[in-house]
Design a protein around this ligand. Structure first.
Ligand code: NAD
Ligand code: DAU
Length: 353
């Protein structure tokens, strides 16, 4: 069956993997990618599929209601997969208002455009791609379930929690068919090098300090980005409407263990003496309000839709390192412009302490 799917944020990290996956897997679908191309969005991420006949890029801001109305009038959109967001926790601490604008106001503006265009149709779907951070921080032994109460702790997670609530509220109030997923930390190619793994890979290459926040004992649950995209595809096509699915690969690491594994692998890849990268580790002032532990229980997704992750973490990490080493020019290009200013504000003070 033909479909026209609007992907928002398709030039970012996860969005570009999702767009590529859908364009290649569904030649009958029209994949529309709407992205404002902020510092985090980069059309280079989609170079290999940009001339595909079933793909169209539209530059635009999800806060622009008139543009969204025109987009829904111009294209027979019957599915929205919404990823556009400000996504970096540290930036949300520096500039919370920007996160409210994009993540809350942008999501509501997009919901409104879908509501007005779809007029009560039931053969459509609004899919919100969200984060496990909405659940807050876990005690040892606990896991995030779809029924876990929301307890967001950062401006980023508060904005994502709010947007989740608005999606459910639009479903409940206006009858928009919807589905949500809350995923753990993704890793892989094309992740903006402000996030832990790509930042540390590029710092190791440049022999710059590796700023580990606090004691490095915070725990994150890591998932290969394509496994996330396969889960989104499954949920979009087969998930029960009105439901939430947690996505995660049962792959918890303390930050320091992860960084040490990265250091060992990088020394081998770069042919440097063992211990070189580890000597760059620098413990710095902690992230304010830093959540201690995230861990997803993905049983619902596994049982209902048969999803399982495809890749072991150690293997995915080596693939990620290889990609960044081969794409140093991409790293340099995306880190130019406003990134330098951000990096200095962010790390100048932390490293000085
Ligand atoms: P990203 O920062 O790499 O990409 C975000 C994209 O959204 C960029 O292309 C950017 O240009 C675009 N964008 C930002 N503001 C916009 C606006 N106003 N209008 C249109 N486009 C805009 O983010 P990501 O890491 O790929 O995350 C994508 C989504 O997945 C986000 O909603 C995030 O909350 C969620 N998520 C991310 C992770 C993760 O580990 N990265 C995990 C779970 C959920
Ligand atoms: O859990 C899902 C979330 O994962 C997504 O919703 C977010 O969009 C995504 O950015 C990610 O959030 P985190 O805050 O967990 O990712 P980040 O890469 O920023 O940090 C991972 C861990 O590493 C976290 O505990 C903070 C720590 N860290 C991070 C950076 C950038 C450091 O110790 N030093 C650093 O320089």
């Amino acid at each position: 069956m033909k479909k026209t799917i609007l992907i928002t944020g398709g030039a970012g990290f996860i969005g570009s993997h999702l767009v590529r996956h859908l364009v290649q897997k569904y030649p009958d679908y029209h994949i529309l990618n709407l992205d404002a191309l902020t510092y985090a969005g980069n059309l280079e991420n989609l170079r290999d599929i940009e001339s595909s006949a079933n793909y169209t890029f539209v530059k635009g801001d999800i806060c622009d209601g008139d543009m969204l109305q025109q987009l829904f009038e111009k294209h027979p959109i019957d599915g929205v997969i919404h990823l556009a967001a400000e996504s970096h926790v540290d930036r949300s601490i520096l500039n919370p208002v920007e996160f409210v604008r994009t993540n809350v106001l942008g999501t509501v503006t997009l919901l409104n455009a879908a509501k007005n265009a779809w007029k009560g149709r039931s053969d459509v779907l609004f899919y919100h791609v969200s984060t496990d951070e909405v659940y807050g921080s876990l005690a040892p032994g606990d896991y995030f379930l779809e029924t876990t109460s929301y307890d967001p702790q950062s401006p980023y997670s508060a904005s994502k929690a709010s947007s989740d609530h608005f999606v459910r509220a639009y479903g409940n109030t206006y009858g928009i068919p919807f589905v949500l997923s809350n995923c753990s930390n993704n890793y892989g190619p094309y992740q903006f090098p402000e996030k832990l793994l790509p930042l540390f890979i590029s710092n190791i290459v440049a022999e710059k300090p590796l700023p580990v926040y606090g004691k490095g004992d915070n725990i994150r649950d890591w998932l290969w980005v394509t496994d996330h995209c396969v889960a989104i595809d499954l949920i979009f096509h087969k998930g029960r409407h009105g439901e939430t699915y947690n996505i995660g690969g049962r792959n918890e690491w303390t930050n320091i263990d992860l960084v040490k594994l990265l250091c060992t692998s990088m020394d081998e890849k770069l042919g440097r003496e063992a211990g070189s990268a580890e000597s760059l580790i620098t413990y710095v002032t902690d992230r304010p309000g830093h959540d201690m532990r995230y861990a997803i229980d993905p049983s619902k997704l596994e049982a209902e839709l048969g999803w399982t992750p495809s890749l072991q973490f150690e293997e995915g990490l080596l693939l990620t390192i290889d990609w960044y080493l081969k794409n140093q020019e991409w790293v340099e290009r995306v880190q130019s412009g406003t990134y330098r200013e951000y990096y200095e504000t962010q790390y100048g003070e932390r490293l000085a302490n």
